[in-house]
Design a binder for this molecule. Structure first.
Ligand code: MRU
Length: 365
């Protein structure tokens, strides 16, 4: 096993234990200091883990919801299909209420729901087994999908490689291995480069800290550094300086939902980064599995944006509150980059370029 595979193994985001009584996740709120796995047995525990970002990142949320609904439906006591499906539907709606923006959550739950409906008439015990198989398929497909995204992104890195000079890559939030089943999306090109024999020093990844929950500092910097990739951390408001100094050749970010016109919602700060990239003429790529593309959502303005507790801005991570008592704090968890600012959307099926709606159609999305 290579070093990188050993690392992937250590930080598996979510898995199903042999007894299938719970789902087993890496608690991402404790990283980078503590690598601790926890088991989620109840629907409240699964909901809470997604809400509190113990498991996070669009594809990882989808895989967790799929495993979660399979484990919980397996505990339903009834043998009657109609009763089973009624409980299943209530559970699905409950899990879907945990976070609003990442479409992968709804996509994975709908896929499980379609399976449960398609199997009407089969014994409930058989349906339960097939739901486990479907959840496993969602997880396994995610590995293959992110590897494809990695190959396509690696193609772009190869074009940038000149005179042995390191390639400067900027990323925001965490769209890494722990946000997916294996390679990440925005990190997939870099991990794929390692698999193709590149050295960690051939690339230099600049990670935005990503206020207020610090996914860049706590998660992406942790991942890439452990994988042996040259990594530098900067506060979000320093990205412009890096671009001005010519240190950034390309930007890869992940995504929570792509609208039909190509507007792409991702962690708060992504929109500003896209505007900066345009100003400095730096290619700006969204990396997203096709399950993140939501053709039912027309534009970025139609994407529901999660608002989070103001305490994350005023208090969290500080020894003491760093804002006056009673002050209002604005805390949207996501924003969206307008399609005009996006160079391309790297999916497992190919790289979509503007006009995006047409490109999605051509790629069979
Ligand atoms: O609030 P988070 O940490 O779940 O936000 C995650 C992101 O914005 C990621 O970039 C996105 O989900 C893609 S993960 C491959």
């Amino acid at each position: 096993m290579s070093n990188i595979d050993e690392f992937f193994e250590k930080v598996i985001t979510v898995r199903l234990p042999e007894d299938r009584e719970s789902i087993d996740i890496l608690d991402q709120t404790l990283l980078p200091g503590t690598l601790k796995r926890i088991n989620l047995h109840t629907k409240e525990e699964v909901w809470d883990a997604i809400k509190k970002l113990k498991v996070r990142g669009a594809p990882a949320i989808g895989v967790s919801a799929a495993y979660g609904i399979a484990v919980l439906a397996n505990k339903f006591a009834t043998d009657d299909y109609d009763e089973f499906y009624k409980e299943f539907k209530e559970l699905k709606d409950y899990l879907a209420s945990s976070r609003p923006t990442a479409v992968n959550l709804f996509w994975a739950l709908n896929r499980m729901d379609d399976k449960a409906k398609e199997l009407k008439g089969e014994p409930v015990s058989k349906i339960k087994e097939i739901l486990f198989e479907e959840a496993q398929k969602i997880r396994d497909e995610d590995v293959a999908i992110s590897r494809n995204i990695g190959e396509l992104g690696f193609g772009l890195l190869k074009e940038l490689k000149k005179d042995g000079k390191e390639i400067g890559i900027l990323t925001h939030c965490n769209a890494g291995t722990i946000a997916t089943a294996k390679y990440g999306t925005a990190t997939a090109p870099m991990y794929t480069a390692l698999e193709h024999g590149w050295k960690g020093s051939d690339m230099h990844v600049y990670c935005d800290e990503t206020r207020p929950l610090l996914q860049g500092a706590r998660l992406t910097a942790f991942e890439l550094h452990n994988a042996g990739i040259k990594t530098t951390l900067q506060c979000d408001n320093m990205a412009s300086m890096l671009m001005k100094q010519g240190k950034i050749d390309i930007i890869f970010v992940g995504c929570d939902r792509v609208a039909k016109n190509g507007d792409s919602a991702n962690k708060i700060g992504t929109s500003g980064l896209a505007i900066l990239a345009k100003h400095y003429g730096i290619p700006f790529y969204i990396c997203a599995p096709s399950s993140t593309i939501d053709l039912k959502t027309a534009t970025g303005n139609d994407i529901p944006i999660e608002m989070r507790d103001p305490e994350e801005v005023t208090t969290m991570w500080y020894k003491e509150r760093m804002a006056p008592e009673g002050i209002d704090a604005f805390n949207p968890a996501f924003d969206f980059a307008e399609h005009e600012l996006i160079t391309g959307i790297i999916t497992e099926k190919g790289i979509a370029k503007a006009p995006f709606d047409k490109a999605f159609e051509e790629l069979g999305i």
